[in-house]
Design a protein around this ligand. Structure first.
Ligand SMILES: [Fe+2]
Length: 338
């Protein structure tokens, strides 16, 4: 049965970030919550298991020192937005719709056996973005001596935040739980036992491993098509942008689907789902997409627009393959006779 998915929020965040102009490098507080009340919650959340994790990111656009006559012209925000719009029509969005449709319709009497292999894949897949982010960052760092000092630094000043966030580190805060801990908490609240047990009992997550192998190969080699460090960095920045842009849809819809399942199945079983993992990602990916967008604006030249497009298309293709595979797992598990 078709269902309505909530609308994507990152467009406004991206636009807000990309259009800001100031004499100094634009620093935009795209805070999830920045008010005094939220700050009090933050202090509490540093010392105890938080009911809800909250933080802000800083988004850095190109500054006055980013443009010099001797440097190649930077790509425009309009060019990047046009490429992002292509992702809206891409294979990954279709695969994510298929996955969420199947997820919402799993049978109530066999939800555990249907979801178990999918969580085995998701566990690997979600963690695999950490080395992917690190690789993207490294490809920019490696342009030392080749790219402009200020441009490179501002791109990295954006990229470090989502990566650090995976390990519970956020601006102005003590270190919180890592996203691996949050995922583990979510899993245990749903299944009633440790994530370690799932990992020990499960086969290799072959679909997630295949995606990781392709992500690593592509990010580290400019899509296997370039030896030029700057072109490889442009590719990595496009790849990173595609990851973050699609993750906004992915996590928002996943939260919606699990909330629907909670209403239909889990609440009736007396389960108290730990929503923090899904909530921080559903809320935070819009800011991450804005960060990925601005990292591109800081370093990628307009002549590298085709490189950016190729990177985004490569991730769209491989991410779609992963989500089609896990959607098929849900569909087959749901259709199998009990
Ligand atoms: Fe995460």
């Amino acid at each position: 049965m078709a269902f309505t998915l909530s609308s994507k929020a990152s467009g406004s965040a991206v636009l807000r970030a990309a259009t800001a102009k100031s004499p100094a490098p634009a620093v935009i507080r795209a805070g999830v919550r920045c008010g005094a009340k939220a700050r009090r919650n933050l202090v509490v959340s540093n010392v105890a298991a938080p009911a809800k994790e909250q933080w802000h990111v800083n988004i850095h656009g190109p500054g006055p020192n980013s443009d010099r006559a001797d440097l190649p012209q930077l790509i425009s925000k309009e060019q990047v937005q046009a490429l992002e719009a292509e992702l809206d029509q891409g294979a990954s969005i279709a695969a994510l719709r298929r996955f969420n449709d199947a997820l919402r319709n799993i049978p109530a009497d066999r939800w555990e056996s249907v979801l178990r292999p999918v969580f085995n894949e998701l566990c690997f897949n979600l963690e695999s973005f950490n080395p992917a982010f690190t690789s993207c960052l490294l490809m920019v760092q490696r342009t030392i001596g080749v790219s402009d000092y200020v441009r490179r630094d501002l791109a990295l000043k954006n990229l470090i935040q989502p990566l650090a966030g995976e390990y519970g580190m956020h601006n102005g805060q003590q270190q919180l739980k890592t996203h691996r801990e949050l995922f583990s908490d979510f899993f245990t609240s749903l299944f009633g036992y440790d994530l370690q047990q799932l990992l020990a009992d499960s086969p290799a997550p072959t679909s997630a491993q295949a995606l990781f192998a392709q992500m690593s190969r592509d990010i580290m080699s400019g899509g296997n098509q370039s030896e030029d460090p700057l072109e490889q960095a442009s590719y990595a920045l496009g790849y990173n942008l595609a990851i973050e842009y699609l993750a906004d849809y992915e996590k928002t819809w996943m939260l919606d689907s699990f909330r629907a399942l909670d209403e239909r199945i889990f609440a009736g079983l007396g389960k108290k789902i730990d929503w923090i993992f899904l909530e921080v990602h559903a809320e935070g990916e819009a800011e991450h997409a804005a960060i990925g967008h601005n990292a591109v604006l800081n370093l990628v030249s307009s002549q590298h627009a085709p490189v950016l497009r190729r990177a985004m298309a490569d991730h769209d293709r491989d991410f779609a393959a992963f989500y089609n595979a896990v959607a098929a797992m849900l569909e087959e598990g749901s259709n199998r006779s009990a």
